[in-house]
Design a protein around this ligand. Structure first.
Ligand SMILES: [Zn+2]
Length: 278
């Protein structure tokens, strides 16, 4: 019995001791493993965190980052423009986007909607433009948007064609380009690329010349367009600011609030932005 029990007890004790020892060893090993895994995780995390910290996008010069439409990739190259006003001018909301000889725009494709036979505009101004056309009709004025969005490529064609005609008259390449630029915007500097403007004429008078200013249609537009968020973009006497001759047919959407102020003060979009830029 005692022998039996003794021989029975011994291995139990041994086993117990062995178990305690191995448990201690396993625990130690596990602790070491945890330490190694921890170090490995740390080694993996450090470069990831570092990369993330360094790849944070800078929003300082982003123009319309909140807009769902394509971001303006303006190539502001003119050295005559102060960097402050150049950044600020492009930091406005989409309807105040500035494109002129100082702020060219090349790669830009707004979402378009057909407003007349062959004229498309940015979908976001479509409703207001239609309201303007309807208001004209209600007053007995038949408005006709004859030109809306124009791609960079189309502007290149228009400009080149004008330059070629002038060269045929004996002007040098440089002279022809300078003269052409007074009537046709140099590629990239035309506001038509924004899709936010339209050349609006009447069915009876469709020529884009100074004679249009004397029509009833031009007068009606000058008096009423602002109510629908549109401004006469290139007024008479402001050529030194806009860089464009008086164009009584060219209307630009800027939103109702800005249009009211611009109309009331008789200023240009450039002046409005200068005044409202912080
Ligand atoms: Zn125009």
């Amino acid at each position: 019995m005692t022998k039996k029990s003794g021989s029975f007890k011994k291995p139990v004790v041994r086993k117990k001791r062995k178990t305690a020892k191995s448990v201690f060893r396993i625990r130690k090993r596990t602790q070491r493993h945890i330490q190694i895994i921890g170090i490995l995780i740390l080694l993996l995390l450090v470069p990831i965190i570092w990369i993330n910290m360094n790849s944070q996008p800078s929003y300082e010069s982003s123009s319309v980052s909140e807009s769902p439409v394509p971001v303006v990739t303006s190539s502001v190259t003119s050295s005559t423009v102060s960097s402050k006003s150049s950044e600020s001018a492009q930091n406005q909301s989409w309807e105040l986007m500035l494109v002129n000889y100082q702020y060219p725009l090349k790669d830009y494709e707004p979402e378009l909607r057909l407003v007349s036979n062959n004229s498309e505009v940015d979908v976001r101004i479509y409703d207001d433009l239609v309201k303007l056309l309807e208001a004209g009709r209600a007053d007995g004025i038949t408005l006709f948007p004859c030109s809306g969005y124009r791609s960079y490529e189309l502007q290149v064609k228009l400009f080149t064609s004008k330059v070629d005609k002038l060269k045929q008259k004996g002007l040098s390449q440089e002279e022809a380009e300078t003269t052409a630029a007074t009537e046709v915007a140099r590629p990239g500097t035309s506001e038509h690329i924004t899709g936010l403007c339209a050349d609006i004429v009447s069915i009876d008078y469709q020529r884009l010349d100074s004679g249009f200013a004397d029509t009833e249609t031009a007068q009606w537009l000058a008096d009423n367009a602002w109510k629908y968020g549109f401004i006469l973009r290139f007024p008479k006497g402001k050529e030194h600011i806009t860089g464009v001759i008086y164009e009584p047919w060219h209307y630009r959407f800027v939103g109702k609030e800005a249009a009211r102020e611009i109309h009331e003060k008789g200023i240009t979009l450039e002046e409005y932005l200068e005044m409202n830029v912080s």
